[in-house]
Design a protein around this ligand. Structure first.
Ligand code: HEM
Length: 695
């Protein structure tokens, strides 16, 4: 026995392949897969019980497995048992059956068919939206089909799943179903009913199910078989038609639904993408003459940002996080001997998060998929739908469905976070750093953590934990040269005089930072970095003279308002600040208040202008600011400067909202509103929502 175990569990070691010995069971696949590749590299072995499995993120090997040597690696894992009708579905069936069924479905998603499906999509969308309005989806439990389809793939890691994965040979003796029999029966009955109705009434619906029905022997038997019926052997049987239908329901429902879910969340949390998409919708689908929006298949293909956005969503959140191939014969892969049936895992999520494949893989950056950058995507590193002969058959349909639904939704709704919206972990960490950065004093940090902890909001409690963790870190981040600030939610900006202004354009606007003395260059850069992370186009003018400042201000003053595409404008002067003058060593001096005066409210009023169409009204405002730095620059350290600023913040709580940056100028303060504020009545931390005006 020990020899047998030794023999089994040294399978990968003997082939010189690193082995992941972590206990994978209990962990979601995508996490276990990602961890193991980050730790051991691109080819990693592990064991499911005694069975050796190989996980691969090497693009060259992936190409071989999925494309060039597909015939050797064509099988999926036999998840469904033979007694389950879904075992006849494309995804689950064995290679021989798969070849026949996939050939019959090869024309299921041609452009012509997709176009024919658009009216069905439209109808479904309208009904879904009507359902949402009437709260019909508020009680999904009342709809057994909906609940069964939705929960079908929620693998509960119960005994059956465990046996299927770890002791598949047991199925030779007992029939172990992979899917819940009761739920599956509900789906089977519904599909059977629909198909029987269609066949009996000889109805043709331009959808996928019809494709299977038309390719079946079943179709020939109701009610009058066509005279020239081709009764060839390759037709689908009744159980195969049902198998396809359940398969498509399962493969097509949760996958697209979960993408749409994440899309709405991203849009709510990163509103700049909402603005960008609306712009593109407006530019592509809006016809000025008729004042109408019209969408069709071709137009949807001509929206590069929409395409890139959806691709990036599917990079960070691929619905299917790993695919598998099992060799159909004993074979070799780059010299590695693989016995027939060895599970080969291609962990799509780990592939998408590999820094070798995508720079800053945790950052959400749709720009990676814009046409100009597509060449940077290495082949076989981005596989949300897999690739090769056995890739997702519904790929084109799914993308069309996502694009269509998203555009329709954006034309009607704006997505805003609500109290239940969980922040992304990444955002959370950054948010906490912001507080850490700007509250500085550890007691403040603790106080804030306490307040967040005590609020009854899950997201706030997570933020509290992160904040505490941050607060323990040594040395304090405030002394680091890298300001790590990312106010994802900064959606408004205000100063003493302007009141709150919407600020969610992309970019938010311009930030011009003039620094007049070389000793303060570093500080200016840091503020430049802050504004950049606040999504401004930030420019730092080093060695700025008053002449340069005036020249830039004149340039701005003469720029037509319509040429300016941001919501906010910030000008910051960093200099000696002595007697509220700016200039220092670089030349003549000028009172900051004189510069500010050039940007008085009257001038700014000209910058408010309406834009007709989808976007609604965009408020553009500019504000000249000078900053505490002008007054406190002799502290020469941002840390001390901010300490001073915080002291002022504490002294002067004019607004009950906790500003992320509050800068004291000669006569202006500035607030970036991240969306979190302290409610003065309840003293709770709350999240604020802003509503854009849409027609
Ligand atoms: C965002 C949506 C979707 C994603 C991310 C997705 C992804 C995938 C992936 C990764 C596979 C595995 C391919 C492989 O093993 O190499 C797959 C297979 C499959 N998908 Fe999709 N899918 C989506 C939507 C759909 C839709 C809408 C349908 C049908 C209408 C569909 C039908 C199928 C079928 C039938 C298979 C099995 C293909 C075969 O084994 O030949 N999928 N999908």
């Amino acid at each position: 026995m020990p020899t047998l175990l030794w023999q089994k569990w040294t399978f990968w070691k003997r082939r010189g392949i690193p082995t992941d010995w972590s206990v994978r069971s209990g962990q979601p696949f995508h996490i276990a897969d990602n961890d193991c590749h980050r730790k051991y590299g691109k080819i990693v072995g592990f064991y499911e019980g005694l069975r050796p499995c190989l996980s691969i993120t090497d693009p060259n090997l992936i190409r071989k497995i999925l494309v060039t040597e597909f015939h050797k690696f064509a099988e999926h894992r036999a998840l469904a048992s033979y007694s389950e009708p879904i075992s006849n579905g494309l995804f689950f069936c064995r290679y021989r059956q798969w070849k026949r069924i996939s050939a019959l479905h090869s024309t299921a998603f041609t452009t012509g068919r997709l176009k024919a499906m658009l009216p069905i999509m439209s109808d479904t969308f309208e009904r879904a939206v009507a359902g949402a309005d009437a709260n019909a989806l508020g009680h999904p439990k009342n709809n057994p089909l909906f609940t069964s389809v939705k929960t079908m793939f929620q693998i509960d890691q119960g005994l059956n799943d465990w046996l299927v994965y770890y002791m598949p040979f047991i199925r030779r003796f007992i029939d172990i179903p992979f899917f819940d029999r009761h739920k599956m029966q509900i789906i089977i009955d519904s599909v059977d009913h629909v198909v029987s109705e269609r066949v009996a009434r000889d109805v043709q619906v331009p959808d996928l199910l019809q494709h299977s029905v038309n390719a079946s022997v079943w179709a020939d038997s109701y009610p009058n078989p066509p005279a020239n019926t081709n009764k060839s052997f390759d037709k689908l049987t009744k159980v195969e038609v049902i198998g396809q239908a359940i398969n498509m329901l399962a493969a097509g429902h949760e996958t697209t639904a979960s993408q749409l879910c994440l899309i709405t969340r991203i849009l709510a949390l990163k509103p700049r993408y909402q603005t960008k998409l609306i712009h593109e919708i407006h530019n592509t689908l809006y016809t000025k003459d008729t004042n109408e929006l019209s969408m069709d298949y071709e137009k949807l293909q001509k929206m590069p940002f929409l395409d890139a956005f959806i691709k990036e969503v599917m990079r960070v959140n691929c619905s299917i996080t790993r695919i598998e191939r099992h060799p159909t014969i004993d074979t070799h892969l780059e010299g590695i001997h693989l016995p027939k049936g060895t599970p080969i895992i291609i962990p799509i999520w780990a592939l998408h998060l590999d820094p070798d494949n995508f720079t800053d893989p945790l950052e959400f950056k749709p720009e990676r998929f814009l046409p100009d950058n597509l060449d940077d995507i290495k082949p076989y590193t981005y596989l949300p739908f897999s690739t090769g002969p056995r890739n997702c058959i519904g790929l084109r349909f799914a993308i069309l469905e996502l694009k269509y639904t998203l555009v329709k939704l954006l034309c009607r709704y704006e997505f805003v976070p609500c109290d239940e919206t969980k922040l992304f972990n990444n955002d959370m960490a950054q948010k906490c750093r912001i507080f850490g950065e700007f509250t500085l004093v550890r007691d403040n940090c603790k106080q804030l953590a306490k307040m967040l902890q005590e609020s009854d909001n899950e997201a706030n409690r997570m933020a509290a934990a992160e904040l505490r963790r941050f607060n323990l870190s040594e040395p304090p981040m405030t002394n680091s040269s890298n300001i790590y600030l990312n106010v994802q939610f900064a959606r408004s900006m205000r100063t003493h005089t302007t009141g709150e202004q919407k600020m969610d354009s992309d970019p938010r606007g311009e930030a011009w930072i003039f620094v007049t003395i070389p000793e303060l260059d570093k500080l200016a850069k840091r503020f430049g970095s802050i504004f950049q992370q606040l999504l401004f186009n930030a420019v730092v003018y080093h060695n700025a003279t008053i002449d340069l400042i005036n020249a830039k201000i004149n340039e701005l003053a003469n720029k037509p308002a319509r040429d300016y595409h941001g919501d906010a404008f910030v000008m910051m002067f960093i200099g000696h600040g002595k007697e509220e003058m700016i200039g220092g060593q670089c030349g003549n001096r000028e009172r900051i208040s004189d510069i500010v005066a050039k940007f008085d409210e009257n001038r700014l009023n000209e910058w408010f202008y309406p834009v007709n169409g989808l976007i609604g009204h965009v408020n553009v405002f500019g504000q000249a600011l000078s900053h505490t730095i002008a007054q406190y620059s002799w502290y020469k350290s941002l840390y001390q400067l901010l300490l001073k600023t915080i002291k002022r913040v504490k002294q002067d709580y004019t607004f009950n909202q906790k500003p992320e940056i509050r800068m004291f100028g000669v006569d202006q303060d500035i607030y970036f509103n991240p969306g979190i504020y302290i409610d003065s009545d309840s003293n709770e931390v709350k999240k604020k929502t802003f509503h854009n005006v849409r027609p």
